[in-house]
Structures are given as structure tokens and as C-alpha cells.
Design a protein around this ligand. Structure first.
Ligand code: MG
Length: 251
């Protein structure tokens, strides 16, 4: 664990992955729970950083809104394919049509019906195949997904923790951060980003290029410049950092 102290709040923009970073990963995606201490820390950070705090996730924006309520933050969902900025606008530059979603749903349905424990998550513009309950099926799931997207243009397969996700390659977590950094209140600040999974590497790369601080949560190969040993370790650091800002008396 080599996490630096947070610098003065007005100098940084904070970007956070959700699953595995702000919450422990659960057996089922719906079973995760945001701890009250983490939620409080997010509220303090958003206040002290002039609202330059955003969630960058593979989930849909509305799911994050529900999980962090009553707090509302800018959220980039589905790995940057959806993005709501701090003005509550949905810039459409990287938005995409989702005709391929129905095609992939139909192609992967037989496998999911045949094998108990597999979950097919159909989002607005991606399809995710979760195999956490059947890790021995990883190779079969991978081949099925690769076959399913083989004749589709501009669709890429992202490998996450016990999940494979087919999505358009027009946006990723890195492009989401670039887009936020071009707008207030993020503009002119130094980006910090924390994430735990392979899909966070695009964001680490962008943050490194912008001279920011990239934090890999948990084990695994990474281009991030800093690391936290676990989700719990990262959250301790985050909560303590927020508390120090609060004790400065400006919240
Ligand atoms: Mg994650």
C-alpha cells in the first residue's frame, strides 16, 4: 500500500470506480451495499472538492444513482458509453445506438438457459455475461462471447472479474475521464482515479498521461502508479482522507 495523502482539495478531481473499489464485490451484482461511512466520505469529498468527484463504472447510471442516494454525483456508466456531467446534462458525443444488444442477447441466451448460475445482464448499450457462480465455465463463456461478436463491427469484448462484457469500442473509462476533465468543475485540476479491474486500465493510462494519480485497488497487473492492497484498505484511506478535509473545518 503506497497511497499518498490528498493534496489541497481545490487542486484535485477525484474519479472512482464503483464495484470492488467503493463496495466489496458480491456474489450477485444486485447484492452489493455501499457502507454508510463510504457514503458520508463521498459527500464530504464532493463538498470539499467543489463537486469535482465522479463515479466511473461499468454499471448503468440509474443503478449508481440508486445505490448512492440521496447523494447525487456525476456518473459515467457502461464504461463511458453513458455520461452525466455536473450540470446534469448527458453529452451525446460518444453515445451510441444499441441494435447489437438484441442480437447478442439472442445469441447468448441458449448458453445461459443451459447452464445454471450464469447471468446475462442486458444494459442500454452493452451485454455482460457473469460467471462468478460457475468459474469453471470461463473458457466456454469466453468462446461463446467471441463467437457472438465475431461478425459485429466496432464491438469489443472487455474481460472483468468473473464477467465478460461486449460493448461498442467508441468509449471507455479513459475517454470518460478525458471528457470530464474538459469541463468545469474538473477542468484545470489534477485527476486522481481508483479502480480494481482490467477495464480500469484505460482510465489509469489517461490519468498517467495527464500527470495525475492512478490507484489500483487489489492485486493484478496494472499501469497504475499507486496501489491499495484491498477494497477495505482503499476505503480506509478514502474515509480518513475525507475526515482530514472535514477536520480542516470547511465542510
Ligand atoms: Mg470495479
Amino acid at each position: 500500500m503506497n497511497l499518498p495523502n490528498l493534496p489541497p482539495a481545490e487542486t484535485i478531481a477525484l474519479f472512482l470506480d464503483f464495484d470492488g473499489t467503493l463496495v466489496e464485490i458480491a456474489e450477485h451484482p444486485d447484492a452489493v451495499k455501499l457502507d454508510i461511512a463510504t457514503k458520508t466520505a463521498l459527500a464530504i469529498l464532493a463538498s470539499r472538492l467543489g463537486n469535482a468527484v465522479a463515479i466511473i463504472t461499468g454499471r448503468e447510471i440509474e443503478v449508481i444513482d440508486r445505490m448512492i442516494a440521496p447523494l447525487q454525483l456525476p456518473v459515467a456508466g457502461i464504461h463511458g458509453l453513458q455520461r452525466r456531467n455536473s450540470s446534469d446534462d448527458f453529452p451525446s458525443a460518444r453515445n451510441t445506438t444499441a441494435d447489437f444488444v438484441d442480437i447478442l442477447k439472442a445469441r447468448l441466451a441458449p448458453l445461459v438457459e443451459r447452464e445454471a448460475g450464469l447471468i446475462l445482464e442486458v444494459k442500454a448499450c452493452s451485454v455482460a455475461l457473469h460467471y462468478r457462480a460457475r468459474p469453471e465455465l470461463q473458457q466456454i463463456c469466453l468462446e461463446a462471447c467471441e463467437d457472438a461478436i465475431a461478425d459485429l463491427t466496432d464491438i469489443e469484448l472487455k474481460r472483468g472479474k468473473m464477467v465478460l462484457e461486449a460493448k461498442p469500442d467508441t468509449a471507455n473509462k479513459g475517454t470518460a475521464i478525458l471528457d470530464y476533465m474538459s469541463e468545469p468543475p474538473f477542468l484545470g485540476r489534477t485527476p486522481w482515479f481508483a479502480g480494481d479491474d482490467v477495464t480500469d486500465e484505460d482510465a489509469f493510462d489517461v490519468v498517467n498521461r495527464l500527470g495525475g494519480v492512478s490507484i489500483k485497488v487489489g492485486p493484478g497487473e496494472t499501469v497504475a502508479t499507486h496501489s491499495a492492497e484491498s477494497t477495505a484498505g482503499f476505503l480506509n484511506w478514502l474515509i480518513e482522507g475525507a475526515d482530514n478535509l472535514r477536520l480542516e473545518g470547511k465542510v
